[in-house]
Design a protein around this ligand. Structure first.
Ligand code: G6P
Length: 622
């Protein structure tokens, strides 16, 4: 989704140290680091000391904008600026529609959607404003311009404009008679401000700031900020100045670099053993049992509800399926897994007291946030399983369990997913203990495997890229791939299938193995790849039957199995043996095989692995 970067230089500090980077360079570097969010056009606006604003836009990649501006004198001598990557919603990805948009006195960039822009546009046209783009953003720009002309006061102009706006927004605004200042506000869209030695920064996500500072502040909905180079001043919705504190984030500066890997996705797959180990160890107490006191969750909480509703989007929902399987199988607590975009209009029936668990890597997904609000409205206690510290969903949840995976840059999630499943695995154990469904000994062995055997097994898979490349060679020549499995293997298969299709563009589906014959078997023909996930011997007989069904249609059968799952020679064309882990944990492990399979396939096909077409990392529109 769209990305915002802003920088207002502290001129005296920059002159004193003589080390100040050019404003243009800071903004363009910021845009590069937000590329992972997904976008289709980009733009930049830089102000000089007299308030003259220069805007350059491109309907292509940031690289193009970089080339267009690198020798531009006005860009290079600026003191303050805002920049944007746009993910088209209202109007095609053209230069005219790219941000920044300008009115007579105002230049802005915007993330989000203005729901009532058609009415606002009519109103502003009535006032004589002429529109040059098809965007909803341009209405906001003219609206602030109109209000600013009435009051000459930026706070009043912004406050009055917000009264008109319906929808979601993060806005960065420059007034051409206030050189050096950036004004900002937000509602239901991410925005972070930060202060460094060189000046004040603003961005829609942390990676854009990591090289400058790690002291950040996330404004609440409706707060208004002024960045004036030396400091950030905060005002509440009523325009009163307000105190605030920056919080320090401990993400490593290198976390937003590829560190020698060709793609972020590969780097993030290789980070999974540590990420899972860290996420789990953090929540295993000295007694070797799950302990969520680090998240401030009291033990009584786990006995305070009758059912769980999981709300999420994309891969987070797939993590939710695995979570449901574990929680129901181990703790016998009823769980529903809900696609957030549907939940907010039609949540499932509420069974007794309900805990709503919102799962989100970014913590900013608009549908998940809206669903969380709906759950709270219905009286649920809420908990978030979130990666990004201080994000909107984290802030609005009653309890937050951070996955601590570090920044995830590749659009296709990898360590985000596995750490979500790791937290859900611990929740299942905690609930099973709290409800007397698991003995202490069983729980000790479970936690020990999750903390040691599982990260080791993931590490083992990352070391076997050559084997996986061989399989990818075969897959990369096909149009359709089917994943089949039963129980946890089916749930893992859903995520495996999504990984393959989203980055290699090869059509792929996942089926409960017993269900394939109810229609989809019609699509299996000679050499169609079927990947059978077989990790729990309990399903051997039935999987055997399902595998024979597809083999009888001459498919290419790739068996992905645990060492103990029977695997006679004639069973498959090829096989990949997973390291041994208890069957309940295989979804965390087999998925890593599929992440690498998808990665190698996409690389072979020359796909843009980190930025798959049409997709965005953080989906902040509903
Ligand atoms: C986007 C991403 C997916 C992700 C989904 C939910 O579609 O491309 O990888 O699973 O959003 O994101 P969240 O940040 O809420 O986990």
């Amino acid at each position: 989704m769209c990305g915002i970067v802003g920088f207002s230089g502290n001129q005296s500090a920059r002159e004193k140290t003589g080390s100040g980077k050019k404003v243009r360079d800071i903004l363009i570097e910021g845009l590069y680091s937000l590329e992972y969010r997904g976008y289709d056009s980009a733009g930049i606006a830089v102000t000089d000391e007299k308030g003259k604003i220069t805007v350059v836009k491109s309907s292509g990649r940031v690289e193009e904008l970089d080339h267009m501006t690198e020798k531009n004198e006005k860009m290079n001598s600026g003191i303050c600026g805002i920049a944007h990557t746009r993910w088209a919603t209202h109007g095609r990805p053209t230069t005219a529609n790219a941000h920044p948009h300008s009115s007579e006195k105002v230049t802005i960039v915007h993330n989000g959607i203005i729901d009532n822009y058609v009415d606002l546009k009519k109103m502003l046209e009535g006032d004589g404003y002429v529109f040059l783009s098809e965007t909803d953003t341009e209405t906001v720009c003219h609206l602030i311009d109109r209000e600013y002309k009435k009051t000459s006061d930026p706070i009043e102009a912004i406050r009055n404009s917000l009264d008109y706006l319906k929808g979601s927004y993060a806005l960065a605004i420059m007034f051409n008679d206030r050189p050096g200042e950036i004004w900002a506000t937000r509602k239901d869209n991410p925005l972070i401000v930060a202060k460094g030695e060189d000046g004040c920064y603003l961005a829609s996500d942390i990676p854009a700031l990591l090289h400058h500072t790690r002291d950040i502040y996330r404004p609440a909905d409706g707060e208004i900020l002024c960045l004036n180079g030396e400091k950030v001043v905060l005002f509440d919705r009523e325009g009163r100045e307000k105190n605030f504190e920056f919080s320090h984030i401990d993400w490593n500066v290198n976390a937003a670099d590829k560190e020698g890997f060709p793609h972020f996705m590969l780097k993030e797959i290789f980070e999974e053993p540590d990420a899972v180990r860290r996420c789990v160890s953090h929540r295993i107490g000295e007694d070797g049992l799950p302990d969520f006191s680090v998240d401030g969750i009291p033990d009584e909480m786990w006995n305070s509800f009758d059912s769980i509703q999981i709300i999420s989007c994309g891969s987070a929902t797939h993590a939710g399926y695995v979570g449901r399987y574990l929680i129901e199988a181990l703790a016998d607590v009823p769980v529903t897994v809900n696609t957030a975009s549907e939940y907010r209009y039609m949540p499932p029936a509420f069974v007794g007291k309900t805990l709503a668990i919102a799962i989100s890597q970014s913590g900013e997904t608009a549908d998940t946030l809206a669903a969380l609000r709906k759950a709270k409205e219905k009286g649920c206690t809420s908990a978030g399983i979130i990666n990004v510290f201080g994000s909107a969903i984290a802030r609005e949840s009653d309890y937050v369990m951070y996955t601590n995976a570090g920044p995830e840059i590749a659009v296709a999630t990898t360590k985000g997913y596995t750490t979500q499943v790791a937290v859900l695995s611990l929740i299942a154990c905690k609930l099973a203990l709290a409800r007397g469904r698991m003995t202490k000994e069983e729980a000790l062995s479970y936690c020990d495997s999750l903390k040691n055997a599982v990260p080791d097994a993931i590490g083992n898979i990352t070391e076997r890229r050559d084997e996986i490349k061989k399989a990818a060679m075969r897959i990369s020549k096909q149009h359709d791939v089917y994943f089949i499995g039963r129980g946890p293997d089916y749930y893992a298969g859903i995520e495996c299938s999504l990984k393959l299709k989203e980055i290699s563009y090869i059509h792929s589906e996942a089926y409960a193995a017993g269900e394939l014959k109810h229609g989809t078997l019609a699509l299996i023909e000679k050499d169609t790849p079927v990947i059978a996930l077989c990790t729990d011997g309990m399903y051997y007989e039935k999987m055997n039957g399902n595998i024979r069904e597809v083999r009888a249609r001459d498919c290419y059968l790739l068996l992905v199995h645990s060492p103990s799952f029977p695997h006679p020679e004639e069973f498959s064309d090829d096989r990949f043996e997973l390291p041994e882990v208890p069957a309940v944990f295989t979804p965390i492990v087999s998925v890593v095989f599929a992440q690498l399979l998808a990665y190698e396939t996409a690389v072979m096909l020359g796909c843009d692995v980190d930025h798959p077409r049409n997709l965005a990392k953080s989906v902040t529109v509903e």
